[in-house]
Design a protein around this ligand. Sequence first.
Ligand SMILES: Cc1cc2nc3c(=O)[nH]c(=O)nc-3n(C[C@H](O)[C@H](O)[C@H](O)COP(=O)(O)OP(=O)(O)OC[C@H]3O[C@@H](n4cnc5c(N)ncnc54)[C@H](O)[C@@H]3O)c2cc1C
Length: 439
Amino acid sequence: MRHAARVPHWANWAGNQHAQPVRVETPRDTDEVVRAVKQAAAERLRVKAVGAGHSFTAIAATDGVQLRLDGLAGLRSVDRGSGLVTVGGGTPLHVLHGLLAAEGLAMSNLGDIDRQSISGAISTGTHGTGARLGGIATQVRGLELVTGDGSVLTCSPTENPAVFSAARVGLGALGIVTAVTLQCEPAFELRASERPLPVGDVMRDLDDLAAANEHVEFYWMPHTELALLKENNRPARGDTGRRLGRMRAWFDDEFVANTGFGLVCRVGRARPSLVPRLNRVVARAITPRTFTAPSYDVFVSPRRVRFVEMEYAVPRAAAGEAFAAIRDVIERERLEVSFPVEVRVAAGDDIPLSTGSGRDSAYFAIHMFRGAEFERYFRAVEARMRDLHGRPHWGKMHYRTAADLRPAYPRFDEFLAARDLVDPDRVFGNAYLETVLGP
Ligand SMILES: Cc1cc2nc3c(=O)[nH]c(=O)nc-3n(C[C@H](O)[C@H](O)[C@H](O)COP(=O)(O)OP(=O)(O)OC[C@H]3O[C@@H](n4cnc5c(N)ncnc54)[C@H](O)[C@@H]3O)c2cc1C
């Protein structure tokens, strides 16, 4: 195992969380993770695995030993017949796509980007969209964990089921994930349809859109009446679809969505009063397009403009109220918001601390350009989402604590019991976990 000579300062992708670990270790296999955990526990240091640092909360921060699991990336086993695939816990999602594609397989659903590690993604409940699909953690069928005393524990629905149940969305609190077994499916393509529509129409029809599409989401540009509706579905048999030319893909995904949008955000940050006008210009630039591509290319997009984000899951039936509340906050507080509000849906699941635990959900993500004031906006929206029984994404900004999160999760204590089993000494603790789970 290699030790870094000078301990580097750590910051997350958004640049809003910082930490100074005592040391950084880069284990290359499960045995080296075991040694690192035992050594840290003997020194009474806490341990935290970090993925790609794409969480906006301090969930991955540590002042103890930081483990980087890049050495535990790649395929461990593949069963093409059942679609069960086991990968190292440090595997980045963008590497995973390639590994799966080479085996003729793919993940059923993904979020907006693929820079995260598989363990980081499941640990915070990362999700995509689709009324009949849960988050990425619902695709997990087995885990290998190194627990607080340095033991290796394998778990699945039939082996250590209580730990498995909780550890799928484990918040980094239940051990170091050294391997993940995923239920994959034969590789597939998606036909993407993207078009601007009046936001009122989209909200009115959200239930029908969710029922009619495998994946549906929309972005509403604050200070305008326009939404960009995205519907992704498997093409009919024999329909090879229209490919997106390289130039068009570059123009839409790089030039407009990143370079151009980044410029608009910078102008808006310097002159907030211009934001509503700028948003109207951005909204007018949205043009319809349809294309067909491998599933992972349709699910994910490059995100180079840095921002901070809060995301709330509310019961599906409260989607209309939640959207109206966000609009109301922006108007009432006279906020200048240059980033779109993203709305998605997902099926309920059986994972204790998943935001979709026990209920179908609608997800509302709000963003602010990095460096712009966000707290007034986020706190005001959070107050309204809490009233709607909202649950915050564990990896995105929020101000909730264990006392008011426990009532939001009927199975909260089940999670704490699993934690007492695998990490009674809180070797994997940090300040964030103390806030959201209690001491
Ligand atoms: C641009 C951008 C787009 C995003 N899009 C989406 C989206 O579409 N949908 C969505 O739901 N979220 C989204 N997110 C949030 C993101 O998916 C989550 O924050 C995710 O946790 C980040 O993964 P990571 O690998 O960066 O993990 P990190 O942020 O590094 O860590 C997250 C947690 O996982 C733990 N962890 C990491 N590796 C291990 C391991 N091996 N064992 C145990 N614990 C571990 C860490 O300790 C920490 O507790 C987005 C974030 C950004 C910045």
